[in-house]
Design a protein around this ligand. Structure first.
Ligand code: TXA
Ligand code: MG
Length: 316
């Protein structure tokens, strides 16, 4: 059920139910941080392994500080610059945060979402919200209330329109004096480095990545997906009949014989491509195709984030 009524949503959360939460990145499946039954039901509802920790969403820096033992200097710098916004920081938790939320890690992931509806909800509540993306485990992330509804029809989703960033938050941790990138996201490495200098990149996707929740396969449509710099060459080599191509800036005319051609960002703007990415994958996934071929994006700025999501969607 989709609603714009904050009071219904507040009431559901107080009763211990899950709700669909709009954020600037993707919609979350949210619960009261301090209600362990509600937190457990997130894992059940998403079919998510208990080893994959959740992000805590707060309304203010002081609410974030109340959940952690330490707030490193560089974390303060990043919070001042990027919060509210799509930056998640991994910080040493104190005893107010349960092991269920962090999957037994000593650290907790926290961010302030930059979405007017999410912020007014958080300001109405006297507890933070834990929220993973509102999709079943491994499926395409939702960027509209309708996407959430199609996955979880019996849950109330707070309608906040189309997400403006369209890809998940960037995740960083801290090691001594170093900032470590753990997940590519809506804020580019370049933007973070402009604030704190060089950061360490620990995002390399690998089947046995030691980081919780960094599964190689993720964000996947139900049909096969291939990512390539040469969609037309790829098309000439495949046997599948019903093929759709997702282009970055424009359709190449020789592709007229495919079932569907979609363009991510006619302007060539990477932020526009990020905003449209998951919506385009949802659209293609509903068309009953045998194969989706996606044009790989340039490897800088948000192109790195989009390519990361596409590579995970493509892993068989
Ligand atoms: O933009 C976002 O971050 C969205 C919106 C809803 O805020 N949320 C989101 O949550 O993407 P989720 O659950 O799909 O991805 C969260 C990831 C986990 O898979 C894990 O990699 C990392 O965050 N994470 C969470 N807590 C962690 C912790 N304590 N230590 C290390 N990584 C953690
Ligand atoms: Mg997710």
């Amino acid at each position: 059920m989709i609603t714009k009524d904050l009071s219904i949503i507040c009431e559901r959360l107080k009763q211990g139910d899950l709700i669909g939460l709009p954020t600037e990145t993707v919609y979350g499946l949210a619960a009261n941080l301090f209600n362990s039954e509600a937190v457990s039901s997130i894992f059940k509802t998403k079919n998510r392994p208990a080893t994959n920790p959740l992000i805590v969403h707060v309304a203010s820096i002081s609410q974030a500080r109340a959940l952690v033992k330490r707030f490193p200097e560089k974390a303060s710098l990043l919070a001042k610059h990027f919060w509210p916004g799509p930056l998640t920081m991994i910080l040493p938790k104190n005893q107010t945060v349960s092991d269920l939320v962090t999957a037994n890690q000593s650290h907790v992931a926290i961010r302030i979402p930059n979405h007017p509806t999410a912020l007014s909800l958080l300001n109405h509540l006297d507890f933070p919200l834990v929220a993973p993306s509102a999709n079943p485990f491994n499926r395409i992330s939702p960027t509209t209330a309708e996407h959430v509804e199609s996955y979880f029809p019996s849950i109330y989703t707070l309608d906040g329109g189309l997400c403006t960033s369209g890809v998940e938050s960037t995740i960083v941790g801290f090691e001594g004096d170093e900032v470590v990138l753990l997940r590519h996201g809506a804020i580019s490495i370049e933007s973070i480095e402009a604030q704190v200098g060089r950061i360490l990149n620990r995002t390399a996707a690998s089947e046995n990545a030691s980081l919780p929740g960094q599964h190689k396969k993720h964000y996947a449509p139900t049909c096969s997906l291939i990512v390539t710099y040469e969609p037309l060459f790829m098309l000439s080599t495949v046997k599948q009949k019903k093929v759709g191509i997702l282009w970055f800036k424009s359709v190449q005319t020789e592709s007229i014989h495919v079932e569907v051609n979609l363009v991510l960002a006619p302007s060539g703007d990477l932020a526009e491509a990020a905003q449209n990415l998951f919506s385009a994958l949802h659209t293609l996934d509903k068309m009953g195709l045998d194969l989706i071929i996606v044009e790989r994006l340039p490897a800088h700025g948000l192109g790195n984030t989009i390519n990361d999501r596409l590579d995970r969607a493509a892993t068989q």
